[in-house]
Design a binder for this molecule. Structure first.
Ligand code: PT1
Length: 298
């Protein structure tokens, strides 16, 4: 049975898992500014967990196209109190950062996973993760958030992303990060246009075939907007379709804003598949363990 070792937590990947997005920034593209007060952010994180998020992804720096970088001290001040409070309640927490100082502070505060859009390429980042027991999500990005959408042509985007992720995963294993701690992510929207994002989604199986669990983050992104003609606040239905498509093509984890709706969609999808909510490790069991929710109306 496939499992992800993430600090003191183990994520069973027999069923697709949901990562809930918690932005603690004044400028994120969808919910920016709504949770930049630590108490409200913690409240929102609790809500995501209660709705069925298997892990809550706390980010203190926006990486959407055009976003500007912030100092490590600012990022630490934003994320650490939130990570600390949620982790203390037993909620699995990941920290969305590329900075080793922020990783170190968040791991000390109880984070179980590092979600890095730069795939541990910043000097020192690999060592920080290696010396912890945390899981890591290695994401593909071309360029930096400020400039990545200027030029989005590739000879073969799927091959380039697959080869990059394989190289980074191998580097992690050489550095002492066990295979069962590694997740890979094609980085939808990071230096890719609509055609490239769709090629990656269509051929997600090619990435899954490398053997690492794949995380897919399409929630409310501009590609959904390009297809549906809708603004970020109106992209829920499109995002659910994208999440289900990713899972159907083998994604192990989906990173979403709308946890409750995504969990429902995955329940309906799973009900028709071999593994159900009430199977060992099923979503109903996870809810019971957390003492929240129920087994639902299965
Ligand atoms: C992601 C991701 C992330 N996305 C992981 N971490 C964001 N592992 C932040 C748009 O086109 O997919 N995987 N952390 C948010 N980034 C974007 C990118 C937001 C593009 C919006 C767009 O609208």
């Amino acid at each position: 049975m496939r499992q992800l070792a993430a600090g003191r937590h183990v994520l069973d990947l027999a069923l697709p898992r949901v990562m809930g997005i918690l932005n603690v920034t004044p400028d994120s593209f969808f919910d920016g500014g709504r949770h930049d007060d630590p108490d409200r952010a913690v409240e929102r994180g609790r809500m995501l967990a209660a709705e069925g998020a298997d892990i809550v992804d706390v980010g203190g720096e926006s990486t959407r196209p055009g976003a500007r970088a912030v100092d490590a001290s600012v990022e630490i001040a934003r994320v650490v109190p939130v990570v600390e409070a949620l982790a203390a309640e037993g909620i699995p927490v990941s920290v969305d950062t590329s900075k080793p100082e922020v990783m170190r502070a968040a791991l000390a505060a109880g984070a179980s996973m590092v979600n890095d859009v730069r795939a541990l390429l910043e000097p020192g980042a690999m060592e920080v993760v290696a010396s912890s027991g945390a899981a890591v999500c290695l994401m593909h990005m071309r360029g930096t958030p400020e400039t990545m959408q200027v030029e989005t042509a590739y000879a073969d985007v799927v091959a380039e992303v697959r080869d990059f992720l394989a190289r980074r995963a191998a580097a992690c294993e050489r550095a002492g990060i066990a295979r069962n701690r590694i997740v890979v992510d094609p980085g939808f929207g990071f230096g890719k246009g609509v055609a490239e994002n769709l090629a990656l989604l269509r051929r997600l199986r090619d990435l899954v075939a490398a053997g690492y669990p794949v995380l897919a983050g399409l929630s409310r992104k501009s590609t959904i907007g390009a297809i549906t003609g809708r603004s970020p606040g109106d992209r829920l239905a499109g995002s659910l379709a994208a999440a289900l498509t990713a899972v159907e093509r083998g994604a192990a984890i989906v990173r979403v804003h709308d946890v409750r709706e995504t969990v429902d969609a995955l329940r309906v999808y799973a009900a028709a598949a071999a593994v159900t909510d009430d199977s060992p490790g099923g979503r109903g069991e996870a809810h019971n363990r957390a003492g929240k929710g129920g087994t639902g109306g299965g």
